[in-house]
Design a protein around this ligand. Structure first.
Ligand code: PGA
Length: 253
């Protein structure tokens, strides 16, 4: 392959799929041929389905991720889930700072930083999500917005720890709208992200926001884009496999 970084497709299921639906998804996926030598695949079910997903994924190379984590190892945090709890369930990836969590649940940059640290301590790879609003985009402030977010997310973290993370650039106006960014536009922002923090130069940076089997290759073909954080198009097994295949094709381009 012409890319040095192995592409990664992470399915962010959001608040979709019960335990039964999760088991059915993985059983369907296991029956298919997946290009896992060429592309890393991760699914991020809701917390309630993680244990079942871990069981069903046994013996596969498909990774298990969570969609959030608390910043503390344990404590009086009603309703929260800690990184050690996730690690015990076989979770090896976690999405941190998704724009839905930032906008709807008040997730602050300082928490994103703390969550990334505790995840790394527990052997879980953070997928740190950043992105600008439609207004910021229209005002030409995309670069400044996302660079400020990554600088805050990795503040005072040693470069060798930063290098163990994944970043997802998800313009908020592109999430769930069917209106993806252009591959060129996303690639340019990701170049700025790579330059913004020591340690990010060789990390995998995913594009997110209306990625689908038809456009994923055009994103992964870009030099700075190493895969996708995918919501809607990751929920169907056939579509998820098509995303993996598209990412593989894009990496060869
Ligand atoms: P989408 O969501 O693929 O449905 O646009 C992406 C995300 O929110 O991570």
């Amino acid at each position: 392959m012409s890319k040095t970084r192995k592409p990664l497709i992470a399915g962010n299921w959001k608040m979709y799929k019960t335990v039964a639906e999760t088991r059915a998804f993985v059983a369907d996926l296991r029956a298919r041929a997946l290009p896992l030598d060429e592309v890393d695949a991760v699914i991020c079910p809701p917390f309630t389905a993680l244990a079942a997903a871990h069981e069903e994924l046994a013996g596969t190379n498909i990774g298990l991720g969570a969609q959030n984590v608390n910043w503390a190892p344990e404590g009086a945090f009603t309703g929260e889930i800690s990184a050690p709890m996730l690690a015990e369930l076989g979770v090896r990836w976690v999405v941190i700072g998704h724009s839905e969590r930032r906008a709807l649940f008040g997730e602050l940059d300082v928490r994103v930083n703390e969550k990334a640290r505790i995840a790394l301590e527990c052997g879980i790879t953070p997928i740190v999500a950043v992105g600008e609003t439609a207004e910021q985009h229209a005002a030409g402030a995309a670069r400044d917005t996302v660079c400020a977010q990554v600088i805050a997310a990795f503040a005072t973290m040693p470069a060798e720890h930063v290098a163990r993370c994944v970043v997802a650039y998800e313009p908020i106006w592109a999430i769930g709208t069917g209106r993806a960014d252009t591959p060129d536009g996303a690639n340019a922002i990701m170049g700025e992200i790579r330059a913004a923090v020591e340690g990010l130069q060789d990390v995998r940076i995913l594009y997110g926001g209306s990625v689908n089997p038809g456009n994923v290759a055009s994103f992964v073909a870009q030099p700075n884009i190493d895969g996708g954080l995918v919501g809607g198009a990751s929920l169907d097994p056939a579509s998820f496999v098509a995303l993996l295949e598209g990412a593989h094709q894009g990496a060869l381009a």
